[in-house]
Design a binder for this molecule. Sequence first.
Ligand SMILES: Nc1ncnc2c1ncn2[C@@H]1O[C@H](COP(=O)(O)OP(=O)(O)OP(=O)(O)O)[C@@H](O)[C@H]1O
Ligand SMILES: [Mg+2]
Length: 188
Amino acid sequence: MRKAGPVNVPLRQAVQPRHKFAMTSLPSIELADEAATAALARRLAPILKAGDVVALRGDLGAGKTSFARALIRALSGADGAEREVPSPTFTLVQSYDTPAGRVHHFDLYRIQSPDELTEIGWDEALADGIVLVEWPERAGNLLPDRRLDVALAFGADGVARRASLQPRTGWTASHPGFAALQPADPGE
Ligand SMILES: Nc1ncnc2c1ncn2[C@@H]1O[C@H](COP(=O)(O)OP(=O)(O)OP(=O)(O)O)[C@@H](O)[C@H]1O
Ligand SMILES: [Mg+2]
């Protein structure tokens, strides 16, 4: 059986293109443990900027909060590793000031309808900074089209995870750094 790859493999090497035209999404990446999840989040952090939405998808316990926590710590600069980043399970949103601007971490699991987003500052958050959102499907059509979907899934052993990064409408064009993470087109 193939062992999980090392966590410090650059994305460019860690992924293989499915076919010549599948250049808009990265095939899934093996995450052997929580440290691997954090390492992936740290690689993504430098290309994020105000107005960005990262939608964290996946079942209960898939690792969405772990990913968001590592991302927030990476965006927080020098002291980030020490930063408390609680899950927003009950507060629904936690906001942070970082050198990359405001970061808003939502967990929409407990909302009943997208109408409730107004009360928890969804529009302001989108206008104001970087939005990381767990259970993004609960936002319905209030979820912006231009976003990065990060889908986390349990691996076959039930311990490791797999991540798939899927840029949606306009994301790749507005993030040249993200395109650089993708494998070279073998047809070129
Ligand atoms: N790549 C990984 N491999 C193994 N365990 C992981 C990995 N990533 C996260 N975990 C562990 O999985 C557990 C659940 O993670 P986390 O709370 O981030 O999930 P979640 O998707 O946010 O869950 P929820 O849907 O309840 O919000 C934690 O104990 C965490 O340490
Ligand atoms: Mg969570």
